[in-house]
Design a protein around this ligand. Sequence first.
Ligand code: MN
Length: 245
Amino acid sequence: MKILISNDDGYLAPGIVALANVLQAHAEITVVAPDSNRSGTSNALTLDRPLAVSRADNGFYVVNGTPTDCVHIALTAIMKEPPDLVVSGINQGQNMGDDTLYSGTVAAATEAYLFGIPAIAFSQEEKGWDQLDAAANIALAMIQRGFPSLPSPFLLNVNIPNRSEAAIAGFRATRLGKRHASEPVVKTQDPAGRVMYWIGPPGGAKDASAGTDFDAVAQGYVSVTPLQIDLSHHQQIARVALDLA
Ligand code: MN
């Protein structure tokens, strides 16, 4: 099995190193990741400059671009044959609910999915890498078991509680919850006295009801949400047509 691994935290992040370490004994892996932390870049492609690919000492390919750039270049230039699976992560911190629209971790998987390749994005609930080895083993177990009931390609968003394997409650198939609006921006000053702004953290869970990713992870389960990319609001197409008539 050929697996392409990417992330948005950068090639030095413990999450991608753990994922590569656990998968390399079971698959032919290629790792292509950003040269720095590119979290929150969503599906951005770099179009205003060419991209450089270098090779780290551990064999990882390093791109001075976004997660989407990495997977795009991996699939179109670096890999001789398409992989059987693309995995992204393990991200430092959860990607649940609306996070999935901003996440570079999910975007790397999405890029593969758009190329027709099954893809899974992995994130840990809490930042700090606590229980990272357990999360990597859970990722391996999921990949080994596979998803034979799903048509190919599929796109899965996985969030893993920071718990030991023994303390994980199990697995839940979920839908995305929803968040409140983001926290306010953080106002600050640069050395020249200009007012500057940090984008604030995401809002708390607004819809964490039964069946959501938020609910599953809060109860100690690994949340697995199948995603699709069609943004069309199908129920409103006929109404728009009415207004256009
Ligand atoms: Mn990240």
